[in-house]
Design a protein around this ligand. Structure first.
Ligand code: SAH
Length: 248
């Protein structure tokens, strides 16, 4: 089944962009996923094809108009009725690998790219739209964020990464960062590859990787580590309760 990507943007020429090369590009050519862009400006109703207006209450910049956005979203929804609609905004819920996995398993996604100061807030009450952020940074437009979200989905589609990886050992898949990698030469600028990785002892290697994934997550991403430890404690206490049975 083809994963349908639909992008609502004022700059359709930005697509496929980076998604047209390498793994995603090959998959696009092979029909693993499809790409349609919708020009938001086509849904403006006045002679000047206006898509934005000044912010109510004053302040810098311009705001994308709710009526124009709604018309563009309704059009896209009619094109791809089964696809969730995501709006890219720093005010949204941070995109997670778990959500990416869910999206990649579905029929596709429709992504709305903001510009200027962003969207008229009423669009989120009036339409079923998931507000998504790609990090605590501010971009000049939603297009690079859409490319990130799409890239993360596309690499998970069946056949895209090949046998190289099911992706299950990667960062965030089990709530941890991935362990570090090394490749030949064994010695480079006086630094050697950790001995254990050259031992051929698969159990030892697995243990070392698990330990490094945990250590690095704890030191680099205390937020992830806290959540991981919390989830582990919860699943352990859940298992205990189950074993103890009702009423005990
Ligand atoms: N005034 C807004 C920022 C607007 S940036 C604010 O302070 O929240 C312009 C557009 O870029 C946004 O509408 C959004 O579509 C996109 N964008 C910027 N940063 C983003 C991020 N971290 N995640 C997703 N989209 C982002």
């Amino acid at each position: 089944m083809t994963f349908a990507a639909t992008v609502l943007t004022l700059y359709p020429e930005m697509f496929p962009g980076p998604l047209g090369v390498s793994l995603a590009g090959r998959a696009l050519n092979q029909g693993t996923w499809s790409l349609d862009t919708v020009q938001i400006r086509d849904f403006a109703t006045d002679r000047h094809r206006t898509v934005d207006d000044t912010p109510a209450g004053g302040g810098a910049g311009m705001v994308l108009k709710a009526d124009v956005l709604a018309a563009a979203i309704d059009h896209a929804r009619a094109l791809r009725p089964g696809c969730p609609v995501l709006a890219m905004t720093p005010r949204g819920k941070p995109l997670s690998q778990a959500r990416v996995r869910e999206l990649a398993a579905g029929p596709g996604i429709t992504v709305v790219c903001g510009r200027f100061e962003g969207f008229d807030e009423r669009i989120f009450a009036a339409r079923d739209v998931e507000e998504v952020s790609v990090g605590d940074i501010v971009l000049s437009g939603g297009e690079p964020a859409a490319i990130m979200a799409l890239d993360a989905c596309i690499r998970l589609l069946p056949g895209v990464m090949g046998a190289a990886s099911s992706g299950t050992e990667e960062s965030f898949e089990n709530g941890l960062l991935e362990y570090p990698h090394y490749t030949r030469p064994v010695e480079w600028e006086g630094r050697t590859i950790p001995e254990v990785l050259r031992s051929g002892d698969h159990a030892k290697i697995a243990a070392w990787r698990k330990q490094r994934a945990e250590e690095d997550t704890r030191s680099r991403r205390p937020d992830l580590w806290e959540r991981h430890v919390g989830a582990r404690a919860q699943s352990a206490s859940g298992a205990r309760q189950k074993n103890e049975g009702p009423g005990s």
